[in-house]
Design a protein around this ligand. Sequence first.
Ligand code: ADP
Ligand code: ZN
Ligand code: ZN
Length: 861
Amino acid sequence: MSSPFAEIHFALPLSRGYTYRVPESFDAITQVGCRVLVPLGKRVATGFIVQRTNKIDFAPEKLRDILDVLDEMPLFDSSRMELAQWIADYYLCSLGEVLRTMLPPGLEKASHQYVRLARAPSAEEIAQLENRAPRQAEIIRALIGKEGYKVGYLAKHLHYESVRSSLQQLMTAGFVEVSQLMQEANASAQKRFFVLITKTGQEFLKTADGRMATGDGKSGAAKRSSKMKSDQPSPKTDGRSLTTKQLEGLKLLGKWGEMLRAVFLKRSGLGRSSLESLMKRELVQLVERVIERNPYFFPSETQPALAAKTEIPAVILNAEQANAVERVTAAMTKERFEVFLLHGITASGKTQVYIETIRHALAQDKDALMLVPEISLTPQAVARFQANFGNLIAVLHSHMSAGERYDAWRRVHRGEARVVIGARSAVFAPVKNLGLVVVDEEHEASYKQDSPSPRYHARDVAIVRAKKSAAVVLLGSATPSTESYSNAQRDKYTLLELPNRIDNVPLPSVRILDMMTWRKTAPDHEGIFSRILCEKIGEKLAKQEQIILLQNRRGFAPLIRCVQCGFVRYCDACNIPMTYHKRGNLLRCHYCNAYERAPDACPQCQSLDVIFKGIGTQKVEIALNELFPQARVVRMDLDTTRGKLAHDRILREFGEHKYDILLGTQMIAKGLDFHKVTLVGVVSADTGLLRPDFRAGERTFQLLTQVAGRAGRRNLPGEVIVQTHSPDEVCMVCAREHDFKKFYAHEILEREALRFPPFARLALVLFRHRDNERIRGIAQDFVALLKKVGGPFRVFGPTPSPLERIQNEFRWQVLIKSDLAKDPSAHQTRATLSRVAQFFHKANRNSRVRMTVDVDPISML
Ligand code: ADP
Ligand code: ZN
Ligand code: ZN
């Protein structure tokens, strides 16, 4: 027998492992990496077995038993378990939270307390209760005529904080009963009934066929059957013969061998009773089987056709592509961890490089992960990979149902799927022999998980995972992140370049319009469109070409920007636009907490029109309809893409030219290739540029480059028009010149001067509470404590978050900047922060204060 106890971890914040006893009967199946059901406080919860152990550090009589082991096979092998531990340490969260995140959603079983009436009280009893204990009476009335409620729901329903003590009394009085019920996990294997033809059935068909074939004496069976008349009973029957429909059904089944029952009934037109009589005669049988839910399933019959359609001839790589593939493959062959950064301009053939390197991985019997931003995971993108790798692909997409994701995940777990394509969380896919991780658009902010914890960055996790598995990482982008490109410059990563577009399709011409002057020409009421952009739109509409218009969402926080002269107030120390806070009429830098009184008039030109929030897509749509009533406009933003497939549908219909103009937020920058788009307009590049974030310039450059890449194709040259109040910003100039390197050279100097990543590491601690003064005080205490403990870092704040208040909660934040010289990987900083955070959490346990720590934050809001 192995160790008698097991250390179990739960997906709860800041929770450590707890030790449970392993009942003898569970000894063999209590394996590390499986889930268990255990009592936790008053409930039953799912936990993860992290290790078996001999030790307990508490009184043995407090030891409780594992109630059940939920998995036959471990969900985590030792390498993914190690990865989980690394993530928990690095991102300062509990191991259980990480383990939960690494699994497909919906696997958690949980128990809930249900309450229902034990007996119907008389009217008199209710009246009595009403006087004595009105809350209890209210509960009884809520339960009358109902099956029962979850206790938590009942409390909410009746608007009470808690109903427990009332329930206790009602229980003692015998009015209600409370029971624990397990809520089934909503992702579990799905079973379906299949109809199979039996041996007898096959025999029967042969004879029946013989008979149908008018008995020309070909076989013995045919001869025998030819003697049978159609109404004669067959050997194994109950004396009645088959109807024509039943015979046809049996033939259908003879052809397929087995069919889903539902499909069989539909195709054969038989009813259930007919099926039952076939079963009674033992011609068919019914079995229940686990099925795969795979929306991307590729029936093998259609595979060649689809493959032919997508990849017409085998692609011959150009010299740069071939070099990239060779370098990556060579590292893979040597099983040497290495990170490659593939810098290739838009449409330079990066995806083809991914495909070929994955092909090499498979040839070396290795598995591959292909990460793409959620928004690029379109059916077309998936089809391109499927055309190459067929059913070796598993897709993990958040738009799939929990069941579909669970099934895809299990195909990977069983080793049937060996190329996993998916967004952020696909980095955790349970492949066995990892050889390659591709991260497309590695600069994308969506690789960072915002919430819940763990707030991990999938690109960085990919690198750590690959390192642990001696695998290779291929990061790709047309506009690499400053962090990654600097790693390539310092030879931490190997740089590979695709400097030309496939077939040398020219890059579009980009024109930057200074709205300070062009605004005056605007033909719409709001001053949204310049005359130039309008003329261009009209021109393209007349030629029946298509147009993409980009308008990022409104600013998150108001800023001071003068409408007349363009003046913007930046923080002197951080070079970040200061945000305007109505409370106290202040301007604040939420990096260093500098603040000052907001000016009433522009300090430069005395104009009074100084508060800026940006324009939303809806306003742009209204102006557009006004200016071009005949144009077919489709808008794509968070509001119009709520539905499961709305996003894909809009892009497809635009591709089919059902619309002339696609207007949207940055989500339109990626996706399909549109052959008829010859004009891309950026309505206002300023909303993004003025975000109070040190990456605002970088983001704007990336977005402009990406969206410009959507204009023009082989035979139709593309044009891009960018409207802005800051035409001289480096990101604008470099986007116009398609010059990433120039942009990087400038950006890296600024990052160095201001000590932002990669020259420092950041952590952002956010405090939330309904009471503003209270939470501010708590955040101040936190800062004081952190400063007192001290270490190789600087602490800024607390300052109100740019989004000062969300859903009635006030938000204060603290920024921690590690000193890279003294603490190169910020190890010490994180250790100190972790200790202080743990301490703080305990001290404030009962205060409903919420504190979250974001290591390497991407969003500073
Ligand atoms: P990116 O990922 O850089 O945008 P893709 O790999 O999608 O570029 O390539 C752009 C287009 O060029 C695609 O239609 C692709 O099929 C095609 N393509 C890529 N490489 C080659 C090649 N070596 N020869 C011909 N066509 C190619
Ligand atoms: Zn001004
Ligand atoms: Zn500042």
